[in-house]
Write a new protein. Structure first.
Length: 117
């Protein structure tokens, strides 16, 4: 299971965002997948999308109901696990092997980064 750390600023922002929901929530972090339906069909399409919107994030963070984290399943070749980080349930779904992830706040954007082991 990857080790997840959350910076103090990101933790505060996540708590504020999670408090807006009327039901218990956690964090779902989805990472690079071998089969990604969002991937561009060609190099040209990838270049155009990157030019218009910037590089796509490798990891996507969503606030999800706790019930969804508990029933999440993985496909062959994928990994899914849930851990508690400072009182927040964090689920990770990926097909990539990763040792450590860091959740950080940059401006008003919460971002997930891979940390070198």
């Amino acid at each position: 299971m990857p080790q997840v750390s959350i910076t103090r600023d990101a933790f505060r922002e996540l708590r504020d965002r999670m408090a807006r929901y009327a039901f218990p929530t956690g964090i779902l972090v989805t990472g690079p997948m071998a089969e990604d339906c969002r991937a561009p069909d060609s190099v040209v399409e990838a270049w155009i999308l990157a030019k218009l919107y910037g590089r796509p994030p490798r990891w996507v963070l969503d606030i999800a109901p706790l019930a969804e984290l508990e029933k999440q399943s993985d496909e062959p070749g994928e990994y899914f696990g849930v851990q508690e980080v400072s009182g927040i349930s964090v689920g990770i779904l990926t097909s990539k092997t990763v040792q450590r992830l860091s959740i950080e706040l940059h401006g008003d954007a919460i971002q997930v980064y891979e940390l070198d082991p």
